[in-house]
Design a protein around this ligand. Structure first.
Ligand SMILES: [Zn+2]
Length: 465
């Protein structure tokens, strides 16, 4: 049977399987964690349900203590891999349909996880089933689908799996990002920096509160600061602040509240946004007023200012593949004399972690910022000429007829980082809106068919490599 015909015939059953998986609200739940359920009851049940599906199809399954699972066909040495995840992000009350009940409407399936990543996992499973039923897998090969259960939180799933599993696939594709294909991803470091502010003897404005931003990987859209000013200084401070149109000023009983508004966007494209934290801190510095956190303002201006390319730190980096280094100050908060910043840097694939430490983190420490690393992920880069890239691009083009969009390099991090020789490949088509993590997440039934067919052809081609 041709792949397209097989997908058509399987479609109803695939939708049923997606409905069943979505009905397990597999959101990380700290209140129901135990030894076999490291991410809570619902995540564990969703993982079991998926493995049961595969087992019923006659595939070999393993559950890695609730952290992750895998599904394998064939026993050959050369192994092709796929990696997706069964956990989902939580929902808000902006849903128009019950989020954990799949609703069919206008050719779409609505429900949390339909596109991220339960639908695509089902596509992978049915692609394997096709290969198995049509006896297309040579004895020399095997195919393994790995299912993580903590992708949306802290990757404890795949990290546990990497420690426990006897071997990894030789080459893999990951159905958890975008089509056509992502062959390069910048390196990424999440870090906190703390600054101990030393108050001078004299200052005009005492900073009582300082706060801004919501997350380290988002350009902050708001920041604010409360200051106390002596009555005699009030007029002078007001005049100085009013010169800065970026700052909104509110009078308070003992001083002012300064507010700044920015434009929020994802930290991988900071040029699309405007940092409210930078506007606030630089506005304060440029006002000429002396603040109780002047020491901090001077240092911030020296190392970050209004830039997001590391240039003030002397670590602006660039390559032809992934472009510029970007650094985002995502949140700021003052606690007593300590000013805490959550930040995130994304560096080109041609640069290394060690270079960032040497050229960015060391200079930060030199001026008094205390560095604490939260997460570091190496860049990912598979050459465009690699046969895995060309085979997958062919599979994509054969099914979609789309020759316009080509393979991509991105600043974000996908699940592909965790496996050797892996690229992200779908499930979102270039012409579809990004709905992962949003209210009213859905997958179109037409796309579900196409994705499955692409994965079947992809597996067939990868077997030939
Ligand atoms: Zn995902």
């Amino acid at each position: 049977m041709k792949a397209r015909e097989y997908v058509r015939k399987s479609l109803e059953k695939m939708i049923e399987d997606i409905e069943m998986l979505v009905s397990h609200a597999s959101v990380y739940d700290v209140s129901s964690i135990d030894k076999e359920r490291p991410f809570g009851t619902n995540v564990a049940e969703a993982l079991n349900a998926f493995l049961n599906l595969a087992e019923k199809m006659g595939m070999e399954t393993r559950n890695f203590n609730g952290y992750a699972g895998d599904v394998t066909i064939g026993h050959g040495k050369r192994m092709i891999g796929m990696l997706g995840h069964i956990d989902v992000v939580n929902v808000t009350d902006g849903w128009k349909t019950p989020p954990f009940l799949v609703v069919k409407k206008n050719g779409n399936l609505y429900g949390r996880g339909t596109s991220d990543d339960k639908g695509p996992l089902v596509s992978c499973l049915y692609a394997m089933k096709y290969i198995m039923e049509n006896k297309l897998l040579p004895e020399s090969h095997s195919i393994r689908l790995i299912i993580g259960a903590d992708e949306e939180e802290e990757y404890r799933c795949i990290n546990y799996y990497l420690k426990k599993v006897e071997r990894l696939p030789d080459l893999s594709f990951i159905p958890d990002a975008n089509f056509p294909l992502i062959y390069a991803e910048k390196g990424l470091i999440d870090f906190d920096i703390n600054f101990l502010n030393k108050k001078q003897e004299y200052y005009q404005a005492d900073v009582l509160e300082l706060q801004g931003g919501n997350a380290r990987n988002i350009v902050p859209s708001d920041a604010r600061c409360k200051i106390a000013v002596l009555g005699s200084e009030r007029e002078c401070v007001r005049n100085a602040l009013n010169k800065f149109s970026e700052l909104k000023i509110r009078e308070t009983v003992d001083g002012f509240e300064l507010l700044s508004e920015g434009v929020s966007c994802h930290a991988m494209n900071p040029e699309k946004g405007k940092s409210a934290i930078a506007s606030l801190l630089c506005g304060m510095k440029e006002s000429g007023i002396s603040f109780s956190i002047q020491h901090f303002l001077d240092k911030y201006d020296e190392v970050f200012g209004r830039t997001f390319d590391g240039s003030l730190l002397g670590c602006a980096m660039h390559d032809e593949i992934t472009g510029d280094l970007t650094v985002n100050v995502g949140t700021i908060c003052m606690n007593g004399d300590i000013i805490e910043i959550k930040s995130n840097v994304r560096y080109p694939v041609s640069n290394s972690y060690d270079e960032i430490m040497e050229r960015m983190i060391k200079p930060l420490e030199k001026v008094g910022f205390n560095y604490k690393e939260i997460l570091a992920i190496d860049p990912l880069y598979i050459e465009k000429s690699d046969p895995i890239v060309s085979s997958l691009m062919e599979a994509y083009r054969e099914v979609t007829g789309d020759f316009e969009n080509s393979e991509m390099a991105i600043g974000g991090a996908t699940y592909a980082r965790f496996l050797p020789c892996a690229v992200s490949f779908g499930p979102l088509f270039p012409w579809e809106p990004e709905l992962a993590h949003e209210d009213n997440e859905c997958i179109s039934i037409d796309s579900l068919e196409k994705i499955t067919e692409i994965y079947i052809i992809a597996l067939k081609k990868l077997i030939q490599l």
